[in-house]
Design a protein around this ligand. Structure first.
Ligand SMILES: Nc1ncnc2c1ncn2[C@@H]1O[C@H](COP(=O)(O)OP(=O)(O)O)[C@@H](O)[C@H]1O
Ligand SMILES: [Mg+2]
Length: 270
């Protein structure tokens, strides 16, 4: 375990393309807008999406001669768990939040980051295919038939953490499954997905939150490193972008993160 005071948020699941990196950057920037000091660690050393996003953001700031709230980002490349913990303790000393983005595959460091999280965020797309990430449900009743390897892992992590909680006075892990990249889902299918998720939530011990809708803007922002929160920098925004910002604010609020300075969810709205 790394010895840190900061609230640790890990974005993880075993699948690519569910919006982990995009959501991680937006949450980190929302926290920075709230006045928090955020240190980010990108464990996906091949893609480095999160750190590249922050690099693009730094380039935009330099080019435009502006200052924007941001996070310091470190890519972690092939270090063992102990070295990772040492690096986190060193880089995140004095930080308010640690944000860790992980690759969409099982990997020892991703496991370590999931285990140590105060808040574990698992983005999931709105499809029964993605349910397999957490477990298999029976076709009619949606009773959980079998937990996924990943859910078992988190289960074990929580038990381990229970011990660390007593030793290190840490919080209980809050596991939030975020329905991300939602688009138009037919009402009947939506109801089925919600029912299946709530069955699973009871069995596995997570809660669900609404994430980001599928919107082209999220794909367009990456090269400039800007986020939906950088109001003054985005030019004229249409109503759909205002709705998107509202959604993001809702997501940050539903993560129930500790308050820092001014109200984070309000800062996300600004
Ligand atoms: N809410 C969204 N709407 C539209 N595109 C998105 C959204 N979230 C992510 N994307 C795009 O989908 C791709 C994968 O997203 P990313 O955040 O990198 O996922 P992951 O880190 O889980 O692999 C990227 O091209 C990203 O721009
Ligand atoms: Mg990613």
């Amino acid at each position: 375990m790394a010895h840190v005071q900061a609230h640790w948020i890990t974005f993880a699941n075993e699948k690519g393309g569910t919006g982990k990196s995009t959501t991680a950057v937006h949450v980190a920037v929302a926290l920075a807008y709230g006045g928090a000091q955020v240190v980010a660690f990108d464990l996906d050393h091949r893609q480095r999406t999160m750190c590249r996003y922050f690099e693009n953001r730094a380039d935009t700031m330099a080019r435009r001669g502006i200052e924007l709230p941001t996070a310091e980002c470190h890519t972690i490349d092939g270090v063992d768990e102990q070295a990772f913990n040492t690096l986190v303790s060193e880089k995140a000393a004095g930080a308010d939040f640690i944000v860790v983005d992980t690759p969409g595959r099982d990997d020892p460091l991703a496991r370590s980051a999931a285990t140590q999280a105060d808040t574990l965020v698992t983005p999931m797309n709105d499809s029964f295919v993605d349910f397999d990430l957490i477990g298999q449900v029976e076709g009619e009743s949606f009773k959980v038939k079998k937990l996924s390897f990943y859910a078992e892992l988190i289960w074990e992590a929580r038990i381990k953490r229970g011990r660390a909680q007593i030793e290190q006075n840490r919080r209980e892990m809050d596991w939030v499954v975020v329905r991300n990249r939602t688009g138009y889902t037919e009402a009947r299918n939506m109801a089925r997905i919600e029912k299946a998720l709530s069955e699973m939530a009871k069995r596995v011990g997570f809660r669900t939150a609404k994430g980001l809708s599928e919107r082209v803007i999220y794909r367009e922002l990456f090269p400039s490193g800007l986020t939906l929160l950088d109001k003054g920098q985005l030019g004229d925004l249409g109503t759909s972008h205002l709705v998107a910002r509202q959604e993001l604010r809702g997501l940050v609020a539903s993560l129930n993160l500790p308050r820092h300075g001014s109200d984070i969810s309000q800062a996300a709205a600004r």
